[in-house]
Design a binder for this molecule. Structure first.
Ligand SMILES: [Zn+2]
Length: 178
């Protein structure tokens, strides 16, 4: 059974994090669904803009597909089956590259900065979903090369309290751009 996609947004994030082996981005992605037993399977076909090769990825759809609110990748408390805790932290780092202050930005730039900071906070939230009841990160929460590399570089970042405080910082910064 292919891994669960909790939303279209999450599937697209996974496809972006796992591009064509040549490293090129996708020129386009087509998707189709089929049912196997009682499970809906979504099949994405992606065509690389750089080398023209296509690759295929399949995901299992949730029993009741839900649309997460803007700026988040999922609803509920279940951690991702596609993107590991380290990759979520890497994604949050990317979005957190927003300007540090709204000064000198026009309205569109402010809105973009706000959305990026909310996405950064949502990505940290996804990393937090992997933590166990005893506030530790289980080994199974890291399976990607990128995630493991980030962990090895600085295991201290994978601390529940530190991540919660990071998330609050992004949320409060986002408020300054409203
Ligand atoms: Zn390619």
């Amino acid at each position: 059974m292919p891994p669960l996609m909790r939303s279209n947004e999450e599937a697209h994030l996974y496809l972006t994090l796992n591009p064509c082996p040549c490293g090129g981005q996708d020129a386009h992605r087509d998707s189709g669904v089929r049912i196997e037993g009682e499970t809906w399977i979504v099949r994405y076909t992606c065509v690389c803009e750089q080398c023209g090769r296509s690759r295929v990825a399949e995901f299992r759809q949730a029993d009741e597909p839900v649309r997460p609110p803007a700026g988040s990748w999922s609803v509920g408390e279940e951690p991702s089956e596609l993107v590991d805790a380290g990759e979520w932290l890497a994604v949050s780092d990317l979005y957190a590259g927003a300007p540090g202050s709204p000064e000198g930005l026009d309205e569109a730039q402010r809105r973009q900065a706000r959305e990026d900071l909310l996405s950064a906070a949502a990505a940290v939230r996804e990393a937090l979903k992997f933590f166990a009841d005893d506030d530790t990160l289980p080994r199974e929460a890291l399976w990607s090369e990128r995630g493991l590399r980030l962990y090895d570089a600085d295991p201290g970042r994978f601390d529940q309290e530190r991540l919660e405080s990071l998330r609050r910082t992004y949320l409060s910064l986002a408020g300054e751009f409203a």
